[in-house]
Design a protein around this ligand. Structure first.
Ligand SMILES: [Zn+2]
Length: 441
């Protein structure tokens, strides 16, 4: 029989309502997934090989065969050279093959040679394996991590991972917690019938632990794994400084990346997380000194939020003894009529850049995540050292704002504008009108 070129086309997407927090369904293309096409005529299926989806989820596979009617079956695996979504077994280590998920099969033989299977979407209510909850979550994990990896690569080559990373879902972890393992380069998302810890923010938190393992110096054999409760409350109050930094950074980076990458979507709830007042540091987090702030997950997390804060000079942080109405967040103050220094407006990308060695500016190694001398104050110093946008005076102000025992307000660096020549003078925060309303998050 004459040979012809069969062409199998289609598109792969996932519909989800979790990533931007709006609860609204969003359809996401599944990029660079492995698509295997098989065909049968009156017999067993034979593979026609694999192709990958493009950046919009489309794929095309061509195969030279005769024109007999055939059934086509299409399976996908979430794996490539950078990322793999594996199914977990009852183990914390080891390698599990990424499952092949069937997304299409003809009921009867059809005429070729051009077959378009349309858009196959992982979503709730979809038939077969497309609608399965665990497959949908695997597709979401693929979409989210692939989007982050691609964004890292496009933003700065330094941000890229050094090797392939894996997401194990559902994992049944002995501790009953999600965690990231530097040795297997895997994130374990604990999910069992009795305890479901699936959450996109937790996924990115763990993923950023792996990023941190790849972007640090001299700590190849430090603690290989960090167990992460979904809220950080079960961590001990005072930890080793590097663990607190590692945890606080992962938590900060997860929220900040959600904001940076998905914050502009319609109805997105992924706003920037805010720093805490001094009162909240002491009375909500029980951190009485800046040293304690530095040795606590949440203290580090809120300190890093300050580093990317937008309206520092329009916020009052208060004292450790005075609870502001906006607690735990700083209070908004009116700054019209005052000339304040420019906000550094750092982003998550600036923060990630601080990890990089910068010998020209005196930093010969990457950030030493596992070194007990490396806490969040040192990170602020290093940020001022390597980032042009952050000057020393602003950095010193930020350090005083994470010190529960300081009373300095950002407004002390503002000048009152005056119509009288030579009439500018420094002000104290008390001169500014407080707008007593809680900030939106
Ligand atoms: Zn963690």
């Amino acid at each position: 029989m004459a040979q012809v070129t069969w062409t199998i086309t289609g598109r792969l997407t996932v519909e989800e309502n979790e990533v931007n927090g709006s609860g609204q369904p969003m359809t996401r293309p599944l990029t660079n997934v492995e698509v295997e096409v098989s065909a049968s005529n009156f017999g067993a299926y034979a593979s026609w090989g694999t192709v990958r989806t493009d950046s919009d989820g489309y794929f095309t596979l061509r195969e030279t065969k005769d024109q007999s009617k055939r059934k086509i079956k299409v399976k996908v695996r979430f794996t490539d050279s950078e990322l793999e979504i594996n199914t977990g077994a009852l183990a914390n280590v080891g390698d599990f093959l990424s499952p092949a998920i069937e997304v299409f099969e003809h009921a009867n033989e059809v005429e070729g040679p051009s077959i378009n299977i349309g858009t196959r979407c992982f979503k709730a209510g979809a038939g077969g394996e497309l609608g399965d909850r665990d497959n949908r979550r695997r597709a979401i994990a693929w979409y989210v991590c692939k989007k982050l990896i691609n964004t890292f690569q496009a933003t700065d080559p330094y941000f890229d991972f050094k090797d392939k990373v894996k997401i194990i879902y559902p994992a049944n972890v002995v501790s009953g917690l999600c965690y990231a393992n530097a040795l297997t380069r895997s994130v374990y998302m604990h999910t069992t019938n009795s305890k479901d810890l699936w959450d996109v923010q937790v996924l990115i938190h763990e993923f950023m632990h792996l990023w941190n393992y790849d972007h640090n110096s001299g700590t190849a054999n430090w603690f290989g794994a960090v167990f992460c409760p979904p809220d950080l409350s079960t961590h001990s109050q005072a930890e080793r400084r590097p663990i607190a930094f590692h945890e606080g950074f992962a938590e900060f980076a997860a929220w900040e990346l959600l904001h940076e990458v998905w914050g502009d979507e319609p109805d997105s709830k992924r706003t920037r997380q805010l720093p805490y007042t001094r009162y909240a540091l002491v009375h909500d987090l029980y951190l009485d000194t800046v040293d304690e702030v530095e040795q606590n997950d949440k203290g580090v997390y809120r300190a890093l939020c300050l580093l990317v804060g937008r309206a520092i000079y329009a916020r009052r942080f208060g004292t450790k003894n005075t609870r502001l109405d906006s607690n735990p967040y700083p209070e908004k103050v009116e700054t019209s009529g005052f000339d304040c220094p420019e906000n550094p407006k750092l982003t998550i990308w600036d923060v990630l850049k601080v990890f990089q060695a910068n010998p020209a500016k005196g930093y010969s190694t990457e950030w030493q995540v596992g070194n007990n001398d490396y806490g969040v104050r040192r990170f602020f110093d290093r940020a001022a050292g390597v980032l042009d946008k952050l000057d020393e005076a602003t950095k010193d102000l930020l350090l005083s704002l994470i010190d529960p025992n300081s009373v300095e307000e950002p407004q002390s660096r503002c000048q009152e504008l005056s119509w009288q020549i030579g009439g500018t003078q420094p002000i104290d925060a008390g001169q500014l009108t407080s707008v007593k309303k809680p900030l939106t998050r």
